[in-house]
Ligand binder design. Sequence first.
Ligand code: ASP
Length: 315
Amino acid sequence: MASLAIHGGAGTIPRSAFTPQSYQAARDGLRDALRAGWAVLNDGGLAVDAVEAAVVVLEDHPSFNAGHGAVLNAAGDHELDAAIMDGRTLAAGAIAAARATRNPIRVARRVMETGDCVLLTASGADLFAREQGLEMVDQSYFTTTLRRQHWQRADEERAGLLNRPRSEAEKHGTVGAVACDDDGNLAAATSTGGYTYKRVGRVGDAPIFGAGTYAANGTVAVSCTGQGEFFIRRGTAHDIAARIRYRSDTLGDAVAVAMAELTSDGCGAGLIAIDATGAMELLHNTEGMYRGTVAADGTLSVGIYRDDFAVVERL
Ligand code: ASP
């Protein structure tokens, strides 16, 4: 039975900072991504195509920290990370610190398909994307007024000039999707701008397989959000898979342990996971996490905080 889960990051805007319009825009973005992913699954398509389709929509949406709307690094530039993994074969492709491709997840997909490497970085990723004929954009395409303000505040904080602490939303975010198709195939995709004011060249967990992204048929597909260094150190996504594979942990138990460890690290974290039965888990220890699901019966739900996760429509 097919099902799909997505996230738009655990760096959510505090409730008080949302306008009714921006709140609805974020929810609509989640809904549109779910519709795109579900269209693939409902057509009998592959999990890996569904997660790519969902992530492209989230990358194009300015509410989320990936693609258009990505955060700026310390130099005031965008460096984008993305990864995709097909649980059927453990085929995987990722890019890190790329600067010029409109949809980083599409480049990751091409890396996966080419099959002669798993991870391409920086100018190598952009060169590859260009060779592949993917749409290239100027850095300004990724920048929004809000992200410029976030960078400004981070710069003021560095200079000791900030009188109010920065919110999670000002610092980070990510988008991701996990899917199970009708044949029980699993896939995961993750894409991010990383952290506001991150060091130039810093790579997060999203493109590190086993850290922020992982998928293996028969066990689980996982996509994570939160400060990547913690996920890399713990190998979080693979750890969840290993608990299921070697200890026969339930999906719920495996993700609960992973979240408890991240919480004990002091990491504001979120993750989504799906198993071969199509069961889904969406967890966060932060105030909110942009997230949504389409259950096997086509029920589409989205939420941002703990109390607003609700059915939107039946597909
Ligand atoms: N995991 C991302 C990174 O560290 C950030 C996030 O998800 O909030 O690059």
